[in-house]
Design a binder for this molecule. Structure first.
Ligand code: GCW
Length: 730
């Protein structure tokens, strides 16, 4: 019977769906639409106001970008205003919204003389003016792509249901290259990707262009991302063959109207692998000629190609050091190849070697500071936010500010390799902000990482920021609904690092989920506490790198690997006395890499923040911290606080049920229950392990671990790169 019920039920469902009004089926809430969801404005007064003002829209011009703006406005206004709005290159009657180039006669005649968009190709102005006694919203820019950014800013205002008078703004990006780095392999897999296979369907390109390519470009443009590295930094030279370059060109053509340039990773040994040369020595003239020819070939198919991203002499990747040359020699060779075409080279500083008997977190600084001033003007040294590897919390990387004569890019990881991958709700804007706002003190107080990166501190003209993408072919793009917020937050902060984590969360929630004020407040609260919760249940008080090996999922503070500096035990250094890595002068002296003020702050037990304590100090289990409680008690209470926060988040999510559509509500709800279970797993495994050193009882308020240390050590997570899970964690 059960067998017969299935098809009958499916048939009934099919009938039910076929009679569902088109608008409802169009609005099935999968998360696919991201923050470009454009639902009808819920505030009746506002809806009436918008309908009154924005009845007719003119977007001048016929460039592909102008057409993209018209398409976006047609879609968005139909959804938001729930009525048909005429959107055209011209209009009969006077428009209520006009988008175009500020210097065009039509827009210039509307704008008062003083009101112009700020200088720059990407900047824009949104102004309300009166024409014929009626309000007209003008989106003015210096280029079509600026007009596109202005349009998305306007739509953001409408999605937030701001009064028309509050839509006025003007904006200019603070960082020039705002790039997503895809760690996508040519076989469709994504390194550290938790959202399904790669978006790029190489086998079907260039002929078949998935509609997702355009939706991906729209999403990026809406938050100001203007560059995409298509391929993994663990690079495959095949991406540079004529066959693949044709595919790359097809993607570039889709992205171009949205202001997005493509970049590729360059495998340093490509001249050998593809060109049949005997060497890839960057000072060898045949090698240099090979790269020049390759660059010329790329630019013939992709005239606005952005340039190369390179991981060299790191984790087994080939590089200039194979030929006893420096990173600067390698980067400059590629920079010379792309310079005639105005391309750049983004050269990663994520390097460490097993042969160097030094603290791993010191190696990038040691290798790169002697090269300051040696890089070409079109090289950006791309440095991860912290000196280790995208941990839940790290101090800022000491290279920021330490290369005054070098353009430096900041690399964040949007994909949550170390932060619960797809399921855990961890909003990363607080992490991004913590780094951007960190003060390097290299030119006195106020020398923030953000000012190093935006070029204002040390006078850099080339500026950039990269985020390792969390996007894949899952319907919801990012593996979970809330991971979308991290893509969004990265883009918004790349455009303007002064925005706040709370402000960005609010925008995202209103566009993505609901405009109900109480629900917005609750969800924003969940998001804003989530990163500290993850730090607490994974690596509190400056602990780092104690996760499971390879898949990097779940706790394994006991692990010892073939390389010392891959091993959790190397990083936490627990013993019978205490725990933590002494990076002061009595230890590895990594603190010496920071400017004097920061160095002293971190080296001194009295001034180092608790949040970085065990990163810089080996602290006795019984030593009192600021709170007056012992280190051991604080460790226990922090782990417990992490679990408690996740529990509270589950309750908060329940309280917004009425405001959220059923499918997305249920998905988030189920992921939060996974997160709570795994937060307990982290807490219990870590406390069992560390108590084997401290030999101390857990303080009151900390729940006793559910299982023995042996139990946690014996768990084997399936090492499925996409979703390692330990299903039998209680
Ligand atoms: O965090 C580590 C990852 C590697 C990655 C590497 C890097 C692309 O575990 O998967 O390789 O960083 O940033 O190069």
């Amino acid at each position: 019977m059960g067998r017969e019920r299935g098809p009958v039920r499916r048939l009934l469902l099919a009938i039910a769906f076929s009679i569902t009004p088109w608008s409802a089926s169009l609005h099935a809430e999968t998360g696919y639409e991201l923050w470009l969801r454009y639902r009808r404005v819920t505030d009746a007064t506002r809806l009436a106001e918008y309908r009154r003002v924005v009845a007719r829209v003119v977007v001048a011009g016929n460039s592909p970008t102008a057409r993209a703006i018209r398409e976006e406005l047609t879609l968005a206004l139909r959804g938001l205003l729930d009525t048909t709005v005429s959107v055209g290159a011209t209009t009969v009657g006077s428009p209520g919204l006009i988008v175009g180039i500020a210097s065009s006669p039509r827009i210039a005649s509307l704008l008062p003389a003083r009101r112009r968009p700020p200088a720059g190709r990407e900047s824009f102005l949104i102004a309300n003016v009166k024409a014929g006694g009626k309000t007209v919203i003008v989106v003015a820019a210096n280029s079509d792509v600026g007009a596109l950014y202005g349009t998305f800013a306007l739509l953001r205002g409408l999605q937030m249901q701001r009064p028309v008078t509050a839509l006025e703004s003007s904006s200019v990006p603070r960082i020039r290259r705002r790039v997503l780095d895809h760690w996508d392999n040519l076989d469709g897999s994504v390194e550290r990707g938790y959202a399904g296979a790669s978006l790029w369907d190489w086998a079907r390109l260039p002929e078949t262009l998935s509609p997702r390519y355009r939706d991906y470009a729209r999403a990026n443009a809406s938050i100001g991302i203007n560059g995409v590295v298509l391929t993994n930094v663990n690079a495959n030279a095949q991406a540079l063959t004529p066959e693949y370059l044709g595919k790359v060109a097809a993607l570039a053509n889709v992205f171009r109207p949205y202001g997005i340039a493509v970049y590729l990773t360059a495998r340093f040994s490509a001249p050998i692998e593809l060109g049949g040369l005997k060497t890839a020595d960057p000072l060898d003239s045949t090698v240099r000629a090979w790269w020049r020819d390759k660059a010329d070939e790329i630019y013939r198919s992709v005239p606005d190609f952005g340039g190369f991203l390179v991981k060299a002499n790191s984790e087994g990747q080939p590089g200039p050091q194979d030929y006893h040359r420096t990173h600067a020699d390698g980067a400059n060779m590629l920079a010379d190849a792309v310079a005639p075409h105005h391309g750049v080279v983004m050269w990663r500083a994520f390097v460490y070697s097993n042969d160097v008997p030094s603290d791993r977190v010191k190696q990038a600084y040691d290798e790169f500071t002697p090269l300051d001033g040696a890089f070409r003007a079109n090289v950006l040294v791309q440095t991860k936010n912290g000196p280790l590897d995208f941990q839940p919390r790290e101090p800022f990387h000491p290279l920021f500010g330490a290369l005054p004569k070098t353009a430096q890019m900041l690399e964040f990881q949007i994909t949550k390799e170390y932060l619960g991958e797809d399921t855990h709700l961890v909003y990363l804007a607080p992490l991004f902000k913590e780094v951007l706002d960190a003060d390097t003190y290299v030119r006195g107080p106020g020398s923030t990482v953000a000012r190093v990166i935006d070029g204002t501190l040390q006078g850099q003209r080339e500026t950039g920021i990269a985020g390792v993408a969390n996007v894949g072919s899952d319907t919801n793009w990012t593996g979970s609904q809330f991971n979308q917020a991290n893509w969004y937050a990265f883009g918004r902060l790349a455009w303007d690092h002064r925005l706040t984590a709370a402000g960005i969360a609010e925008e995202w929630i209103r566009a993505t989920f609901t405009n109900d004020d109480a629900a917005v407040r609750t969800i924003a609260h969940m998001m804003l506490v989530s990163r500290e919760a993850a730090v607490n249940y994974m690596t509190p008080l400056g602990l780092a790198h104690i996760m499971g090996s390879n898949h990097h999922y779940g706790p394994a503070p006991w692990a010892r690997l073939s390389r010392a500096d891959w091993s959790p035990v190397y990083f936490h250094r627990a013993d019978s006395v205490g725990v933590g890595f002494d990076r002061t002068a009595t230890g590895s002296n990594a603190v010496a890499q920071y400017a004097p003020h920061v160095r002293e702050l971190l080296a001194n037990r009295a001034t180092v923040p608790d949040s970085l304590l065990l990163w810089f100090h080996h602290v006795g289990w019984r030593e009192p911290l600021r709170s007056g409680r012992t280190l051991w008690d604080e460790i226990g209470l922090h782990y417990q606080a992490g679990v408690d926060t996740v529990r509270a988040m589950r309750g908060e999510w329940q309280s917004v049920r009425e405001s959220i559509d059923a499918p997305r509500f249920a998905e988030v709800d189920s992921f939060l229950s996974i997160q709570e279970r795994e937060a307990r797993w982290w807490r219990d495994a870590a406390l069992e392990y560390f108590s084997s050193f401290s030999q101390l009882p857990l303080p009151p308020g900390v729940e006793p671990p559910a299982h023995s240390l042996e139990y946690y050590m014996g768990l084997r997570c399936p090492a499925d790169a996409r979703k390692p899970r330990c299903p039998d964690i209680p």
